[in-house]
Design a protein around this ligand. Structure first.
Ligand code: CUA
Length: 444
């Protein structure tokens, strides 16, 4: 190692194995008056290869491959159909442009100074100056003005994006391990209870929608990037949030806070409908009563099992945990199933039945029956009891033995669930383009 950095002319070229000789040192000493250490100056014997490039390529490849594993998991950030996203976008543009200007300015000043005041171009040390008040004031004032400007932009955006009490549409969002409920607090159903849908949120287009977000257990995160940013769902705290989109369609939502074994399976759909259709759908939801199954039908047998379970085999009732509007089922431990037959997602978006046959589709029907038999097996951390006799962990965390239902009985419950449909004209999926993730249907 050299004690003092030698003047450029005396320094061996990069990658060379040349030794600095005593003559070189004397030569430098004479020219520059600096002291040189003449210990062996040796680079590695072989020429150094630039290894950064292969490493960077490997890292990039790995990143891209990781992203490819679940292509339909990609989420669009910055969908300009949302005023929220536009606001954030323009704020980012300002911040990025300002950063680029600062970067270019500082880099220019740096390179200019280094070049202009190179040691080998000046014999005397550069002139020193201290206590330049004007310069010091400028160096403090400019960053303060920049930071102040950025804060004004941020506060302005926050004011624009915060929900106000006048907003027409309000939705209460509840996150729990590992599902969502979306309730319409201003719409009480004719059958009693606030209109609520599990895991699928419908909202009107072209207006801000005010959300009140909370959690029933741990911290979750409400995040549907096409309609706006993300907001934490915290237990015992009600957070307000505003989302919007101008484009009708079905959008992907995910939980954005690591919350347990099935965090990645805590998804939902947001279906944005034009005002008229939204109003009609909500009116149909308000008027909805779960259809009464015909006596003797599979749906009727399924209804009985749903409401009472089967005590002889220890199969607990579904109604204890789930609500179905217009029936005695009023459980709140699990997602609302009032419109299950209209819904196209199962297990909080883990499975999708995007064809018009919905849960009649053979693949989807199999997913539904696997789910009903033993949901913790197909969705880790699911708190639903099992119906194939295997052990499961209940809400208290205890390992308990599940009840049993025959395949035929499982099919009956599935038939009952499929029958829980809104009228055809109120099917919010009909004609709604699926935008972003899950557009191909069926994640698993
Ligand atoms: Cu809920 Cu992650």
């Amino acid at each position: 190692m050299l004690g003092v950095s030698p003047p450029r002319a005396c320094r061996p070229a990069a990658g060379c194995v040349r030794r600095i000789t005593r003559r070189d040192a004397l030569d430098c000493k004479q020219r520059k008056g600096v002291k040189l250490n003449t210990t062996k100056h040796r680079h590695s014997g072989t020429r150094r290869r630039p290894i950064t490039r292969p490493i960077a390529a490997a890292a990039l490849g790995a990143t891209l491959l990781t992203g490819c594993q679940q292509a339909n998991q990609s989420l669009f950030i910055g969908d300009m159909s949302s005023a929220y996203n536009r606001e954030i976008w323009w704020m980012s543009v300002w911040a990025i442009v300002l950063s680029i200007i600062i970067f270019v300015g500082v880099s220019y000043a740096l390179f200019y100074t280094v070049q202009k005041f190179r040691e080998d171009r000046h014999d005397a040390p550069p002139a020193q100056f201290h206590g330049n008040n004007r310069l010091e004031v400028i160096l403090v004032a400019v960053p303060v003005i920049i930071v102040f400007g950025l804060s004004i932009l941020t506060v302005r955006s926050m004011a624009i994006l915060n929900p106000t009490p006048e907003q027409a549409t309000k939705i209460d969002v509840l996150g729990k391990q590992f599902w969502w409920n979306f309730a319409y607090p201003e719409t009480t159903s004719d059958a009693g209870g606030v209109v609520t849908n599990g895991n699928e949120m419908i909202m009107p287009t072209k207006q801000p929608v005010a959300l009140t977000i909370t959690s029933g257990d741990v911290i979750h995160g409400f995040w549907a990037p096409n309609i706006g940013g993300q907001r934490a769902a915290m237990p015992a705290v009600q957070k307000t949030w505003q989302v919007d989109t101008e484009r009708p369609g079905a959008y992907q939502g995910n939980c954005s806070q690591l919350c347990g074994a099935s965090h990645a399976n805590m998804r939902y759909k947001v279906v944005a409908l034009d005002q008229e259709r939204y109003d009609a759908t909500l009116a149909a939801m308000k008027a909805y009563r779960a259809p009464e199954p015909a006596p003797g039908s599979a749906e009727a047998r399924g209804y009985a099992l749903f409401m009472q379970g089967k005590s002889s085999t220890g199969a607990v009732s579904c109604a204890a945990c789930h609500r179905v509007q217009g029936t005695p089922a009023g459980g709140v431990a699990g997602p609302d199933l009032s419109f299950f037959g209209t819904r196209r997602t199962l297990g909080a978006g883990m499975w999708e039945a995007m064809t018009d046959k919905k849960w009649e589709d053979p693949k989807a029907a199999k997913q539904l029956s696997d789910w009903l038999k033993n949901s913790p097996r197909v969705k880790p951390g699911s708190l639903m009891p099992t119906y194939d006799g295997s052990e499961y962990r209940n809400t208290k965390g205890e390992l308990v033995k599940g009840g049993t239902l025959t395949d035929a009985e499982i099919d009956d419950i599935a038939a009952y669930l499929r029958s829980l449909q809104l009228p055809e004209e109120a099917d919010y999926w009909r004609g709604s383009p699926v935008i972003g993730a899950g557009a191909t249907g069926g994640n698993q």
